[in-house]
Design a protein around this ligand. Structure first.
Ligand code: SF4
Length: 477
């Protein structure tokens, strides 16, 4: 996950715009937020742990002056949640200052570390982004675009980047396009913006221009925008962006995500109907699919649970203890709605199963007669190494239990998942354009076996990390 924004706004300060756009991407990462600005001569960064509104308030932004800015909100996939790892990453090198906002996760961090003079001792933080930023700042090649051309072919994994030096912003999408990145035009000005999702364009009133293509660099400079290609691209967009990561009001590949999710609910109802009285979403992300399920099944749609929207998404919170605490403080069932009723409860996914179990338990304690769980995505059997923090297979309940075992664990009366074909029918695009690896184990970019320890690869004893044997295989099946 993570959200990234880039703003070029000639004639006006860019940092308030970068902060506001980042606010629209808060769902993509809640551990830290930050903005970097450039005025043609220098780059400045302000970042801290916390939500966008906590970090980038009106006291901070006026001092961050410049017509260019990038911003970043973090969800950790490499490195701990500490100030040093907040984004944007920044490095002052011998030839340039570089700030980087990164959405995604690199899979050859250890090999990249070998390329850095002085290696780990030269890093301020312990993220793959920090390492990439150091490589870009230390690279002796010419300007920032040439530097990216030189460094990126050595980088493997998922990366949607906004990279800024003193005089330009470059939007970059890896050759597989795992993570989204769009280009927009600021209204009423000769300005441009880059963002993880179109919802960030909407909040600034910017016009959608197009998606940045896999293997493409889009360069924003005072005299205009240009496109350069650093690799052949073959789109493998993370299908989970469409299932629930991205906002429902965002568009990807020409599809509105609310509509895609509503159709997933329709397909789910067709594949796995249930004898029930009402359809209830798990708020908020289960709502579009629940609406589709209700329409297709002819059952009434009811809000059966209230969510405290000021508590972060349980899945995003980095520790199990926090996740468990999160569910109990953020969701409260509506007893009058569910008491005595047979419920179809629709959610978008089951990862570890612990959150789902608590939700089913909440409905039962509120008096539900039956709970029929319907999930608008297939079972997650395999971990993600491209930017979602499910890095240990044994954490995934579907990888260690069959359907009956999962149903028993979560305490539902029945359980069904949407099929991969159902997902594709709802999206109405070819399977080849997406990464489905957490469902089918076919990783588009080979992942070293030892990458399971990847999250903290740049922490602890760096020498010991480097002494580990080289990866000898891949997790691709
Ligand atoms: S492995 Fe799963 S979560 Fe990761 S990019 Fe692929 S589809 Fe998305």
């Amino acid at each position: 996950m993570c959200g990234v924004v880039g703003i070029l706004s000639p004639g006006q300060q860019a940092s308030p715009l970068a902060a506001l756009a980042l606010f629209a991407l808060q769902h993509r990462g809640q551990e830290s937020a930050g903005v970097a600005v450039a005025d043609g001569e220098q780059v400045m960064v302000y970042k801290d742990l916390g939500l966008v509104t906590q970090v980038l308030d009106e006291r901070r932004l006026p001092s961050l002056r410049g017509e260019m800015a990038i911003s970043h909100c973090r969800y950790s996939t490499t490195g701990s949640t500490v100030w040093e790892n907040a984004g944007p990453a920044f490095r002052l090198g011998p030839r340039r200052a570089v700030a980087v906002g990164h959405n995604g996760n690199l899979v050859n961090t250890r090999q990249l570390l070998e390329l850095l003079p002085g290696r780990r001792g030269r890093l301020h933080g312990s993220t793959d982004t920090e390492l990439l930023t150091a490589l870009l700042a230390e690279e002796p090649a010419g300007d920032l675009v040439q530097t990216l051309r030189s460094v990126l072919p050595r980088v493997s994994g998922a990366y949607a980047l906004v990279v800024m030096d003193e005089g330009r912003i470059v939007g970059v999408r890896d050759p597989y396009g795992f993570r989204p990145l769009v280009l927009g035009r600021l209204a009423g000005a000769a300005g441009w913006m880059l963002a993880s999702e179109t919802a960030a364009l909407d909040i600034l009133g910017a016009d959608f221009v197009r998606e940045v293509e896999p293997g493409e660099m889009v360069v924003l400079e005072r005299d205009g925008v240009r496109s350069e290609r650093f690799a052949e691209g073959r789109l493998n967009l993370c299908v989970f962006e469409l299932i629930y990561f991205a906002r429902p009001d965002s568009y990807m590949l020409g599809r509105n995500l609310y509509e895609v999710r509503r159709r997933m609910g329709e397909k789910l109802a067709a594949e796995s109907p249930a004898e029930a009285d009402i359809v209830v979403p798990v708020p908020d992300t289960g709502a579009p699919a629940a609406a589709g399920f209700a329409e297709r099944s002819g059952l009434p749609y009811r809000e059966g649970m209230v969510k405290n929207r000021y508590v972060g998404r349980t899945f995003i919170q980095p520790s199990q203890q926090m996740r468990q605490r999160g569910v109990s403080i953020k969701l409260n069932p509506l007893r009058e709605v569910v008491r005595g009723k047979r419920l179809v409860v629709v959610d978008d996914s089951i990862v570890r199963g612990t959150t789902t179990k608590q939700i089913v338990s909440l409905f039962r304690r509120a008096g539900a007669a039956e709970v029929h769980l319907r999930i608008s995505s297939p079972p997650i059997y395999h971990p993600c190494f491209y930017g979602i923090d499910t890095q240990i297979e044994t954490e995934l309940i579907a990888s260690r239990s069959d359907l009956d075992g999962i149903r028993d664990f979560v305490g539902a009366d029945s359980l069904a998942y949407l099929s991969i074909d159902g997902v594709l029918a709802a999206i109405d695009l070819p399977r080849e354009r997406f990464c489905f690896a957490c469902f089918d184990g076919r990783y588009p970019v080979p992942v070293p076996y030892d990458v399971a320890a990847h999250k903290f690869v740049l922490e602890g004893d760096g020498a010991a990390v480097l002494a580990l044997p080289a990866a000898s295989g891949t997790a691709t099946s």
